[in-house]
Design a protein around this ligand. Structure first.
Ligand SMILES: [Zn+2]
Length: 426
């Protein structure tokens, strides 16, 4: 009973969620199948799933006797979606007050309980894999959420986690409180080369798949360019990256302004997060070094009005900066991965809204889908397992009823979700 429908889960049937070990064969009949590698749509295809993996994709597969059939002949079938920038431990932080309240008034166990709902929402929306880019003060609780998903305790996407991001002293919330109070920290506050090397080892020891750090802060616009203040001295960020790579892991850098992006690239990071201030020269550097970019457009649009009202109009100005950078990035062929920063906006808002902005800002719907499948999988170094519907890959398969290539908002209405051969929604 590998392929069980557990939509009932939403009704609270927790006991129904038990992964059985018996591999089972399932044939999915796809009316339309998006071949993300070739960038085309195939009609009337069959997908043979055995256990957790895809065995064959063809007009007629060699199905064993007794294979279950799933009829998606009236649907568009595609690989499970990948969001490479999320925060499962956060529930929206339009303003500083929203953020501080979560760190001050919610315990880590409470935040982890909320995270279990967040990951279920994401899975039901078609996201079968996510990279979580820091717990915002909730220590290593992302490792526990990942473990609970892997062990079948709760339904959720396959997670790659970065535990606690790094920033130097005084450069990340919580800030502005009386010096007499010992406040919680939103990050792993670590200064100095040796301390950073030690802290990277510690995070990997406790389960970090990725290492994340904040390259910049203090954004301001001058002559149409988004500038920022760089957090770490170059020798510190270089040591952080070098130590991470030495341990066989990769580094994601939060970098929004020109200076922050430049410092992150100088340090040798693997992915640039946000990257609003990217210009032609920086994009060229990313292309030549093969650095990935997670632009996170939608959160800027979602958070800008609230942040502007709270006295930070730069967030409104950044919307236009991002639009220009994104169009330039698409034109120059930088590797753009789908990433939303959901958690920075509430998990009740479907993170798939990002797709329509990617298209509005210059991608074709097919390119946006590739960013959330093929490119997303490659960023994770999981191109052998994830990101396409091909023999040998994990059976992460979703379906929508319309045509997302003519209306990309169809991806906000995912009707069928299979992760690793198990059906979660249909
Ligand atoms: Zn983020």
């Amino acid at each position: 009973m590998r392929s069980i429908v557990i939509s009932l889960w939403l009704a609270g049937a927790a006991g129904a969620w038990a992964q059985s070990a018996e591999p089972k064969s399932v044939v999915i009949k796809a009316g339309r199948l998006i071949d993300v590698r070739a960038g085309r749509v195939l009609e009337n295809q069959q997908i043979l799933v055995e256990g957790e993996r895809i065995r064959q994709v063809a007009a007629a597969v060699n199905a064993p006797a007794g294979a279950e059939t799933i009829d998606l002949t009236r649907a568009t079938v595609m690989p499970g979606l990948i969001d490479n920038h999320v925060h499962v431990m956060l529930q929206g932080d339009v303003t500083e007050a929203d953020y501080d309240e979560q760190l001050l008034k919610e315990s880590t166990p409470y935040r982890a309980i909320r995270a279990t709902v967040a990951v279920r929402n994401a899975l039901m929306n078609g996201f079968t894999t996510m990279r979580d880019l820091e717990t915002e003060g909730a220590m290593y609780a992302d490792v526990d959420v990942k473990k609970a998903i892997e062990r079948g305790v709760i339904p959720g996407p396959r997670l790659f986690v970065s535990t606690r991001a790094f920033a130097p002293t005084g450069m990340y919330p919580l800030l502005g409180y009386s010096w007499e109070l010992k406040m919680p920290e939103g990050v792993d506050v670590t200064d100095g080369v040796d301390n950073l090397r030690h802290a990277v080892r510690e995070q990997v020891k406790y389960g970090a798949d990725w290492i994340k750090y904040y390259s910049d802060r203090g954004y301001f616009l001058k002559d149409g360019v988004l500038h920022s203040k760089v957090n770490y001295r170059l020798e510190e960020s270089k040591a952080l990256v070098e130590e991470t790579h030495r341990l066989g892991h990769k580094v994601a850098a939060h970098a929004m302004g020109r200076e922050g992006i430049e410092a992150a690239l100088d340090s040798g990071v693997d992915t640039i997060e946000h990257g609003d201030g990217l210009d032609e020269a920086l994009i060229d550097r990313m292309v030549s070094k093969g650095v990935y970019w997670c632009p996170t457009i939608f959160i800027g649009i979602y958070d800008a009005p609230g942040r502007t009202a709270a006295g930070a109009p730069i967030w409104t100005a950044m919307m236009g900066v991002m639009q220009n950078a994104f169009a330039l990035g698409v034109k120059k062929g930088v590797k753009i991965s789908f990433g939303t920063d959901v958690g920075g906006f509430p998990w009740t808002v479907n993170q798939a809204k990002e797709f329509s902005y990617m298209v509005k800002y210059g991608m074709t719907p097919m390119q946006a889908i590739q960013a959330a499948t093929l490119v997303g999988a490659a960023l994770l170094d999981e191109q052998e397992n994830l990101g396409a519907i091909e023999a040998g890959k994990m059976a992460d398969i979703v379906a929508v009823s319309g045509d997302p290539l003519s209306d990309v908002t169809e991806l906000e209405r995912v009707k069928f979700v299979m992760k690793a051969g198990v059906v979660y929604k249909r």
